[in-house]
Design a binder for this molecule. Structure first.
Ligand SMILES: Cc1cc2nc3c(=O)[nH]c(=O)nc-3n(C[C@H](O)[C@H](O)[C@H](O)COP(=O)(O)O)c2cc1C
Length: 508
């Protein structure tokens, strides 16, 4: 267990020298703009805001918590000081060693019970709630939120990260995209004419947040997944009104019910695609029955901005590992690398590499990458490359696309795929489906042996020259990727290449 709770995690982040304290910032866009500064750079610092204008000192917000390779490594029990591409193979190995599930454990007390406020006394305006982006239609208390929703037909408890805005002092709106597990569960309650019990958590153990934000399979509780990530059960207390499990070390939680037909205006909101794409709509609203919070609570803020941002950092790594895993589970052999590119918000542009084994292998890989659960929601482009291409390097991927893919032969369209209101590229009045373009950027199977050779020195020459002259040519301090270590794509070539521009920017 690398840390106990959010506060302990942040103490360790401070120990790494990656936590900054900002006092006296304004909730009205200043906190949002500072967060953008921090997260729009590779490996930017985590930022704690205290003494927020108009709010009680000690009522804090922390942003960009997981926006660096070292902080993500700390959370996942991996060595710090590595680059993102170095972490991918480490995480692939580690994720196979950790247990599949460690269920939560119910406890009678915990810091979340420091303050328990009944409905009559609930006042959400005590919490510093930023207006994050200029065109936001409201103030979002839940950006790095964890939403706890139980299946009405089974004991399964689902966690999702679905945004929440303050509607008034006792109510919050909840936006869940079509197809998300929380949305399907909500539809089940509403179809029976029943109110849906919900807990919203606004600051929690980062493992719980990470699990909630990932596409964990239907029927698997993210609590179990978070426990597995952490190597020990997540302690939970029972919500007094809903009976739902609330993380015992959470910072702030509200519980209540979402009732069919009860809505409030929601949006627009600056979204992960880099646009305010979903305009204002009526969305279900949660009436708070009980408010729980720790003394001096910390809200976790993860507001999206034009990528790269915090979510493209840690989620890019974990989603790439998940994509790779799900492709293997679907029976695609010899996948040698996967990456969810930052520029596409780690959803819209996926790159996978394979060692081609048979005709049609590349098309199979592309289709599965585009449609497996980790890749299906709001994707756009999938590029399949040979295993000599470094999938984590955008330059390398685009080079392969430009030189090995002839669109007439190698591009295909998948129509009527899973999208939703956040997709900026589809008709604002009909945001249901989008399409996918899959590119086979591997050497054409039939004449792959006749494909022109790549213009680059041999591996041995590059290694020898890099060793002898790399310091001079690349400049001091850049170092070289050790020849024996695997790169992110797990290929020999990636291992032997001198660091790319991405590495130089990303490595610390
Ligand atoms: C910071 C952040 C904010 C998110 N906001 C939303 C949101 O407002 N609505 C939504 O449907 N999904 C949102 N997501 C994506 C879901 O949390 C994610 O797809 C998750 O896997 C959903 O859980 P589920 O698979 O159990 O439905 C967000 C993810 C992150 C990391």
């Amino acid at each position: 267990m690398p840390y106990t709770d959010l506060r302990d995690f942040l103490k360790q982040v401070d120990g790494l020298g990656e936590l900054r304290l900002v006092r006296g910032a304004d909730w009205n866009m200043e906190i949002g703009a500072i967060t953008d500064l921090a997260q729009h750079q590779i490996n930017g610092p985590a930022v704690m805001f205290d003494e927020i204008k108009g709010y009680r000192s000690g009522f804090r917000i922390v942003c960009n918590t997981l926006g660096s390779a070292s902080r993500t490594a700390l959370l996942l029990g991996m060595p710090t000081g590595k680059s993102w591409r170095e972490l991918l193979p480490i995480w692939r190995k580690r994720s196979k060693q950790i247990p599949k599930a460690i269920p939560p454990v119910e406890v009678k007390s915990g810091p979340i019970l420091d303050n328990v406020i009944p409905k009559s006394k609930v006042d959400l305006s005590i919490f510093p709630t930023p207006k994050w982006h200029e065109l936001d239609g409201g103030r979002y208390i839940g950006t790095g939120t964890v939403d706890v929703i139980k299946d009405p037909d089974s004991p399964w408890v689902n966690l999702g990260c679905y945004r929440a805005a303050v509607a008034d002092n006792k109510r919050v709106t909840l936006y869940i995209s079509p197809g998300k597990h929380g949305r399907v569960l909500r539809d089940k309650y509403f179809a029976k004419g029943e109110a849906m019990p919900v807990v919203l958590v606004f600051g929690q153990d980062p493992a719980v947040f990470m699990a909630a934000s990932l596409e964990v399979p239907w029927g698997t509780s993210e609590y179990d997944y978070a426990g597995a990530l952490k190597g020990e059960p997540i302690p939970v207390v029972r919500g007094r009104a809903t009976g739902l499990p609330i993380p015992a070390t959470a910072e702030i939680a509200v519980e209540g019910f979402i009732r069919p037909g009860q809505t409030a205006p929601e949006g627009p909101f600056g979204e992960w695609t880099g646009y305010y794409a979903s305009s204002q709509r009526e969305e279900p609203v949660l009436e708070v029955e009980n408010l729980y919070f720790r003394d001096d609570p910390i809200i976790v803020g993860t507001p999206p901005y034009k990528p790269p941002a915090e979510f493209t950092a840690y989620r890019g790594l974990l989603r790439a590992a998940l994509l790779w895993e799900q492709m293997e589970q679907a029976g695609v052999p010899d996948v040698t690398g996967a990456w969810c590119h930052e520029a596409g918000g780690c959803r819209l542009l996926l790159a996978v590499s394979i060692k081609q084994r048979y005709p049609g292998h590349a098309k199979q890989a592309a289709m599965i990458a585009a449609m497996c659960h980790a890749g299906a929601y709001l994707g756009r482009f999938v590029v399949v490359v040979d295993d000599d291409v470094d999938v984590t390097d955008l330059q390398d991927v685009i080079w392969a696309l430009c030189t090995r893919c002839d669109p007439e032969r190698d591009a295909d369209l998948i129509r009527r795929a899973w999208s939703g209101p956040l997709d900026p590229a589809i008709d604002p009045d009909n945001k249901s489906f989008n399409s996918r373009m899959i590119f086979d950027a591997t050497r054409p199977w039939e004449w792959r042996d006749k494909f022109p050779p790549v213009v680059e020195p041999s591996l041995e020459t590059r290694q020898a020259v890099a060793k002898k002259w790399g310091g001079l040519i690349l400049g001091p301090g850049n170092g070289l990727v050790p020849a024996k270590k695997n790169g992110a794509a797990g290929t020999k070539r990636a291992a032997a290449k001198p660091p790319t521009r991405r590495d130089r920017k990303r490595s610390r």
